[in-house]
Design a protein around this ligand. Structure first.
Ligand code: 6PG
Length: 242
């Protein structure tokens, strides 16, 4: 399903509304809600919206927060996906600290990838013998990467590991990423994508044209859950209506 909104602000506004509905569905049954956040700059607008309008109205104590990927940097770094979320949202909400499952970007990448795989396995309920997140939020790079699965490491999509070490092809920065099998086993997968610079790759993926087979995000096909694209007008402008 594709949802298009006029501006990034309106896109994250609607995204936050739907996120509240999903969490409420779990918390009303006294069930934990397991979410994996995306990184980069797009989620910052979402975190600001959640801080502004959902501090009290979401039962954060029922939410367990993971990340779909992390840069191998210290949490204090501006590059840290955890650091950004902590600063903009997590430090403002009433959430038990044991519900925040950060990837330790400061640790040895291979060791941390194994440790985090274990943290997911120990905490996230499973289905089909794979961890089943209630929601995985994904961003999209202009090269079609998602989480930190880059086109030149597309084999990570089919890794047997829940998490692996990736390398950002331009900066050579090491990353820890969840892999395709975990992503596709999620109950809900929501892409949150804004900006004109993403319009070509969005259209290639959604219209299955051009280089779409080279884009890791093209392989996000939920095994049994559902996928939604939250787009602003600018990022959706090249989609051809079929
Ligand atoms: C990361 C992300 C990555 C991101 C895309 C889009 O750690 O960078 O998880 O997959 O979502 O690169 O990034 P922007 O939102 O900054 O465009």
């Amino acid at each position: 399903m594709i949802k298009i909104f006029p501006t990034p602000k309106e896109t994250v506004k609607k995204f936050a509304e739907e996120l509240k509905l999903l969490i409420d569905k779990s918390s009303s049954k006294k069930k934990f809600f397991y979410i994996a956040l995306s990184g980069g700059s797009t989620p910052k607008l979402l975190f600001k919206e959640l801080k502004k309008n959902y501090l009290e109205s979401i039962n954060w104590q029922f939410v367990h927060i993971f990340w779909g990927d992390e840069r191998c940097v210290v949490p204090e770094s501006d590059e840290s996906n955890f650091g950004v979320a902590q600063k903009l949202l997590l430090s403002k909400i009433k959430i038990p600290k044991e519900n925040i499952h950060r990837i330790k970007g400061e640790d040895k990448p291979n060791t941390e990838a194994r440790r985090y795989s274990g943290e997911i396995m120990m905490n996230v309920p499973s289905k089909n013998n794979m961890p089943k997140f209630d929601l995985i939020i994904l961003g999209l790079g202009t090269d079609g990467h998602t989480a930190s699965i880059f086109p030149n490491q597309i084999k990570l999509f089919d890794s047997e590991n829940y998490c692996d070490v990736a390398v950002q092809p331009k900066t050579r920065q090491k990353r820890i990423t969840i892999t395709g099998k975990v992503i596709n086993n999620s109950e809900n997968i929501y892409f949150l994508v804004t900006g004109k610079e993403k319009s070509e790759v969005v259209a290639e993926i959604l219209n299955k044209k051009g280089n779409y087979k080279k884009h890791p995000a093209s392989y996000v096909v939920p095994t049994w859950g559902n996928v939604k694209w939250y787009l602003d007008k600018a990022s959706s402008q090249m989609i051809e209506s079929t």
